[in-house]
Design a protein around this ligand. Structure first.
Ligand SMILES: Nc1nc2c(c(=O)[nH]1)N[C@H]1C(S)=C(S)[C@@H](COP(=O)(O)O)O[C@H]1N2
Ligand SMILES: [Mo]
Length: 425
């Protein structure tokens, strides 16, 4: 057997042979892709359980878009317009944008709907426990239908659990503040509307499902550009940037090239991709994806719905997971990731007895407050039996996981999910 044959015959699913640059190598992380009819990726999940380190490689970074992916625009043909309640409206080409003072920010991007199905599992309304997918798990074949607003209510109910929609990235761009300061924002400004050049009709079935009935009177905006209106203080935050680079390279089309917004701490939907307009307003613009789609509330009729803004405080156990059972008595490294919309993670606690007692996990040092941190706990288990292992995170804002209550659209899930593990001799 040649080395090549030997390497390619490895059957361990984590070590499936691959050749990189002509050399045998272990399997590398890639996202699980959902393509459209033309084979172009329109959705992809990060293999978050298998990730090493803090930065998700670009080939493994999740991809999401609320409506259809737009056709790409050549960077030389692109410009962004700054207008509205400003003294000096102007446009910027990519070259001009790059001449402004730049900043690099490392942060977690998490989709507001990530792992939302756990809300119902924790509430006990379903006993089908959702699972965070592994790299090899199949993806949703119906994403195209969903994005084209072409999905039936039944298909909506059958949709797989929305999971693995979070990644860690390094983004380089221009602080939005630098752009706004040059435009001279008027004193009555309240919000900065960021507009993408992608256009589409939002999916209706998701709102019908959340409202609980096809008779509900849901908002139907028709074909719209994806847009979000940032409140002034977040727009002027030094880490809110208009990025043209991701993980050391130019942005990919799927991530919003030529330039997109980075809004650390706030859910992915604020991170407007394919930016074409920055519009300052003297009121909070009622963008559809702000008033209807990304809101927190007790029900569709709730008169006190609030727009989704910063994420909660969250940890996940990446090992062991339910499907690793049974494991043997002895030493095991319980490990995971923790992040928060409120800033740096300060502490992670682990429970090995279903939440009765908690011990401090080791939290790895990281200088980046918006990025997740790795944590671990060396567990020496001598008694066979069934264990529920839990983790909970604390952030610098003094918040403890979980922060977010059950809400009818299942957004910003940050609950504590036990890993249910049986230990054998
Ligand atoms: N223009 C535009 N920007 C968008 C969206 C969109 O549909 N259109 N989707 C948002 C959502 S819901 C998420 S979770 C993130 C995903 O970013 P990514 O695909 O780079 O991971 O982009 C956000 N920015
Ligand atoms: Mo999202």
């Amino acid at each position: 057997m040649t080395h090549r044959e030997e390497f390619m015959s490895i059957e361990d699913e984590d070590l499936e042979g691959e050749f990189i640059m002509g050399w045998p190598d272990r399997k590398r992380l890639r996202h699980a892709e959902s393509p459209d009819a033309e084979g172009r990726v329109i959705y992809a999940r990060t293999p978050v359980l298998e990730q090493e380190g803090l930065i998700t490689p670009t080939e493994a970074f999740f991809v999401n878009a609320q409506v259809q992916m737009p056709e790409p625009v050549h960077p030389d043909d692109w410009q962004v317009e700054i207008c509205g309640e400003v003294d000096n409206p102007f446009t910027l080409t990519l070259e001009e944008l790059k001449k402004l003072p730049a900043r690099t920010v490392r942060a977690v991007t998490e989709c507001a709907g990530n792992d939302g199905d756990y809300f119902d599992w924790l509430a006990g309304t379903t006993n089908v426990k959702p699972q965070i997918a592994r790299a090899n798990d199949a993806v949703d074949p119906n994403v195209d239908k969903f994005k084209n607003n072409n999905m039936t209510f039944e298909e909506m109910l059958e949709r797989p659990h929305a999971t693995n929609l979070c990644s860690g990235g390094e983004w380089t761009g221009t602080p939005l503040k630098e752009i706004l300061d040059r435009a001279g924002v008027k004193s009555d400004a309240v919000s900065v509307r960021l507009v993408g050049f992608d256009v589409g009709t939002p999916n209706e079935m998701k709102l019908y499902r959340a409202a609980g009935s096809l008779d509900a009177e849901i908002a139907k905006p028709g074909a719209i550009n994806f847009d979000k209106a940032l409140p002034m203080d977040k727009a002027f935050h030094e880490d809110t940037i208009i990025a043209w680079a991701h993980n050391g390279d130019a942005l990919l089309h799927v991530h919003g090239a030529p330039a997109r917004a980075i809004v650390p701490g706030w859910a992915g939907n604020w991170w407007v991709k394919w930016l074409e307009k920055i519009e300052v307003h003297d009121h909070m613009v009622p963008c559809y994806h702000q008033t209807e789609y990304f809101v927190l509330g007790k029900s569709y009729e709730d008169p006190n719905k609030t727009m989704c803004m910063e994420l909660g405080c969250k940890s996940i156990i990446t090992w062991p997971r339910d499907n690793h059972s049974p494991i043997k008595t002895g030493e095991h490294l319980v490990r995971g990731l923790a992040w928060s919309g409120g800033g740096a993670i300060e502490k992670v606690e682990v429970s090995l007895d279903s939440g009765e007692t908690w011990v401090d996990a080791h939290v790895e040092y990281s200088p980046d407050k918006w990025l997740w941190k790795r944590w671990s706990y060396l567990w020496d288990v001598s008694k066979p039996g069934n264990y529920a292992i839990m983790a909970r995170a604390y952030d610098e804002a003094g918040r403890m996981q979980p922060v977010t209550e059950w809400n009818y659209l299942a957004k910003h899930f940050d609950g504590v999910i036990p890993s249910e593990i049986s230990v054998v001799e």
